[in-house]
Design a protein around this ligand. Structure first.
Ligand code: B3K
Ligand code: ZN
Length: 873
């Protein structure tokens, strides 16, 4: 396969200053006329040919300055339009193409679903609309005229501000949009259809009134207000925290039902998967509300980090994505609970990014080469990319960080930039050499930090020795030590932080580990402290320490850092789970850790008022967490059994307090999605989950009662989730009831799919296969595929990893089926295999066989081919 390499970057030979698009909509024969003002790039090669990108395009005609080009002046294929001798000065290039939006099942470029038209252009979808210099460093001002049948597409939207609209004759209408901000083609968007508008206004910091509009299917208007409000809150927050104001007259969000991902930040016209817009108490869970808020914020924040300042090339993807994730995390932290948000983000980082980083798909935050860019929209680029920025802030401090951001916005507004340009802003304002810091962008793999501690009672010193090692990853056999900020506290027996003194002077709390081994000798330490290391998860590393369970249980109670209070309990639980897995595989009795019950009991104590934090404390490490801790020769069944046994053990020890908590936390009054109410429900469900552990009849009865009496979707789905973990009549009855109630709502059927696909039960695979044949399933709709097949592959460790290999074969089979129609979704499904090499030999063999079968299939798309090739490494 052809690799694109960062090292081969060179500026475009031509620039495009303006784009005048005329899109004449037709279900099968949409005609696109692009009038481009082109000029040679002074930084490009002289006398170069003009080579435009295409993808499955049909050229109708091409003209320069009004004169149509003869066939011998051009070279044309569906993938390329090349003009050997274009004028050496500015010229106007007019290209007419014809496309079939109905046949576009890849959902890239312009596609039609449910009678409306939508575009998706990132990363390389604009070339499926017209031949273009489809690269992010070519910035143009777009004017777009759309014309379509008035009955089918009364609504015609594109980027920027609406200039004109009216009838176009023969039952058709048109609209003209103009976006004054130069942008790369990946931010172009067009939407046409018959949708309802829910709108509001926002007055910016400088007093401009902006229209804020959310478009949804008719009849779903009552599910739009939460997203609308989230937009306004995001706008305000970006003004207050980053000093960034919105820059057009209108900001639009359109909810669509067929979408390959979560959402897309097209300039002024964000397109969203309807799953991340639509919410009402009866249809959305607390988790849905939180996701909507975060994704609305994320896409809105892209307006500055991504759109105003964009990426020079796709290797710089983390420049916009890591930074924008960092910004949305901060928004949520300010809006909800900061410590709980941090815990949730770290859980997600470990589950997705650490897993990726430890397997064959590991790659640097800024990759060096790719075969298919769509496969690099990964947790590494996004979530680790955000961690890198968070570390930068810890290392240089919040004031310098803010000054660096301001400088970045100031200096690079309107440009297509690199990571080096971004980092240079922070180096400049802080006066720091960030050379070593750049390794976070270059080196793949999760650094492993090992801590040894020693207390010298006579000398009153406490020594912390930190060794770091970055493991080898594909293509990177050897690594250098990174700069790892370790935020540290020494907690005394009274629970208070001791002053940190090194070499006679106050020190810390941020210690930058820059060598393979770093030793810190803390002085004037009157008694042996418990070391609280990497507070607030100050670096994305895998930590192992010589702290005892006693130390950890003490920190779980007393650490002033909430993250480490949570982490300490998790570490004790994880140690116990690993010991249980070992014992089980050795046929030995399960090792118990009764003190864990004390820690969990605190979460359910009436005196605990931070319910969201308590719910995090109560939640055991996931099966994936245990698998990663074990690292190799992983047996998912043993892990599941060990975790179920620990849960049951805790449930038995805490039966009284759990039941009391469940009753105390029952909702009163009408549903509200606010953080405090959601937290209460989260803790309530956590209690219920324990109460029903092992299928305990009393717990199952409570879950059934909660399900039957639910007045909101959170209670209903959570009760169903609890019921679905074990085979029972109550489970089957509730599943049947849920289907009957919500069968007309695809987003709710997705929840129903997901719950069944994630159940750790031996008949799950058969059930998933059967569900795929029902009318509710539609392989052309990515949400359906993700809820059923994606959830099975990535959310069901025991059944995907069935010892007979049928789980692997199933996911591989669906990926092959989708390979031709929607390669992006197909490639995503195969992400389920990202840790296959860590499995025990039998499963490893079966997983490999399934991957090899895909690799050997004819006609693999670049997306699927790239993933299987790398997965097989
Ligand atoms: N930038 C888009 C993702 C595009 C994915 C293209 N395969 C959404 C986001 O990150 O905000
Ligand atoms: Zn993004």
């Amino acid at each position: 396969p052809q690799l694109v390499r960062l090292a081969d970057y060179r500026p475009s030979d031509f620039l495009i200053d303006t784009v005048d698009l005329d899109v004449n909509l037709d279900p099968h024969a949409t005609r696109v006329t692009a009038r481009l003002k082109v000029r040679p790039n002074p930084e490009g090669r002289e006398n170069a040919a003009l080579a435009l990108d295409g993808d499955e395009l049909k050229l109708v005609s091409v003209a320069i300055d009004g004169a149509e080009l003869e066939a011998d002046a051009i070279e044309v294929s569906p993938e390329r339009l090349s003009i050997a001798n274009p004028p050496r000065g500015p010229f106007e290039l007019t290209i007419v193409t014809k496309i079939d939006p109905t046949a576009n099942t890849r959902l890239m470029g312009l596609y039609r679903s449910n009678a409306s038209y939508t575009t998706q252009c990132e990363a390389e979808g604009f070339r499926r609309i017209t031949y273009f210099l489809d690269r992010p460093d070519v910035l143009a001002v777009y004017t777009t005229r759309i014309e379509g049948p008035t009955d089918e597409t009364p609504l015609l939207l594109s980027n920027g501000n609406l200039m004109e609209t009216g009838p176009a004759g023969r039952g058709r209408s048109y609209a003209v949009w103009h976006d004054p901000h130069p942008k790369p083609s990946y931010l172009f968007a067009l939407v046409a259809g018959d949708l309802a508008k829910v709108s509001d206004t926002f007055v910016t910091l400088s007093g401009r009134t902006v229209a804020v509009e959310v478009f949804v299917e008719h009849g779903k208007e009552d599910r739009a207000p939460y997203a609308l409000d989230a937009i306004k809150r995001s706008m305000r927050w970006d003004e207050e925290v980053f000093g960034r104001e919105y820059d057009l007259d209108v900001f639009m969000v359109v909810a669509v039902s067929h979408f390959n991902m979560g959402a897309m930040e097209n300039k002024g016209l964000n397109v969203f998967n309807d799953k991340y817009v639509l919410a009402s108490p009866e249809t959305a869970t607390d988790g849905d509300y939180a996701n909507i808020e975060a994704i609305i914020a994320h896409e809105y924040f892209h307006n500055w980090t991504g759109n105003r300042i964009t990426c020079r090339d796709w290797f710089q993807l983390c420049l916009k994505e890591g930074l924008t994730v960092f910004r949305d995390q901060e928004f949520t932290s300010d809006t909800r609970s900061r410590p709980v948000k941090r815990i949730q983000d770290v859980r997600a980082l470990r589950a997705a990014q650490f897993a990726e980083d430890s397997g064959p798909l590991a790659h640097p935050v800024r990759p060096q080469a790719y075969a298919e860019i769509n496969n690099f929209y990964t947790p590494t680029v996004y979530e680790k990319g955000a961690e890198v920025i968070r570390m930068l802030k810890v290392l240089i401090g919040p004031e310098a960080f803010k000054a660096g951001m301001d400088l970045y916005f100031d200096r690079h507004d309107g440009q297509a930039c690199t990571i080096e340009q971004f980092i240079a802003c922070f180096a400049e304002v802080s006066g720091r050499d960030l050379g070593q810091f750049m390794l976070w962008y270059h080196q793949a793999g999760t650094p492993e930090v090992t801590i040894r501690t020693a207390y010298d009672a006579a000398a009153k010193t406490f020594t912390v020795t930190a060794a770091q090692r970055v493991p080898a990853t594909p293509g990177q056999p050897t690594k250098q030590p990174a700069v790892v900020p370790m935020v540290t506290g020494l907690v005394g027996p009274d629970g208070a932080d001791m002053p940190l003194v090194i070499a006679g002077a106050p020190a810390g709390p941020v210690f930058a580990l820059t060598e393979a081994e770093t030793t810190l000798v803390f002085e004037q330490v009157p008694v042996r402290p418990a070391a609280s290391l990497f507070r607030n998860f100050s670096a994305p590393v895998k930590l192992s320490t010589d702290l005892t369970d006693d130390d950890l249980l003490f920190l779980a109670k007393s650490d002033s850092d909430p993250f480490n209070r949570w982490q300490a309990g998790q570490t004790v639980a994880l140690r116990n789970l690993v010991a249980r897995v070992d014992a089980q595989r050795a046929g030995a009795p399960a090792p118990e850790e009764p003190r864990l019950a004390e820690a969990v009991a605190r979460a359910f104590d009436p005196s605990e008022t931070d319910h969201a934090f308590a719910a995090q404390v109560a939640a055991l490490p996931s099966e994936g967490d245990v698998a990663r801790e074990i690292g190799e020769d992983v047996d998912p069944d043993a892990i599941h059994a060990a975790r179920a046994a620990l849960k049951l053990d805790l449930a038995r020890r805490l039966a009284g307090p759990l039941a009391a908590a469940f009753e105390r936390l029952v909702d009163e009054g009408p549903y509200s999605p606010d953080a405090a109410s959601a937290s209460r429900r989260a803790l309530k469900i956590s209690a219920l989950d324990y109460l029903a552990a092992g299928g305990a009849p009393d717990g199952v009865a409570r879950a059934k009662a909660l399900y039957d009496g639910a007045t909101n979707m959170t209670d209903r789905i959570m009760a169903l989730q609890v019921l679905s973990l074990s085979a029972s009549d109550a489970r089957d009855a509730a599943l049947a009831d849920f289907h009957d109630r919500y069968k007309s709502d695809p987003l709710l059927i997705d929840k129903w799919f997901l719950i069944q696909a994630s159940a750790p039960l031996p008949d799950t695979l058969d059930r998933v296969r059967a569900l795929m044949t029902t009318p509710a399933f539609d392989i052309r709709n990515p949400n359906r595929v993700r809820s059923l097949v994606g959830a099975f592959g990535s959310g069901n460790p025991t059944q995907f990893n069935r010892a007979d290999g049928l789980g692997y074969a199933f996911v591989a089979e669906v990926a092959r089926e989708l390979n031709g129609t929607n390669p992006q979704v197909a490639a995503r499904l195969l992400g389920a295999f990202k840790t296959w090499r860590a499995l025990e030999p039998v499963r490893r063999g079966k997983a490999e066989a399934a991957l090899r079968a895909v690799a050997a299939a004819p006609g693999l798309s670049p997306d699927v081919g790239d993933i299987v090739r790398r997965a097989l490494g």
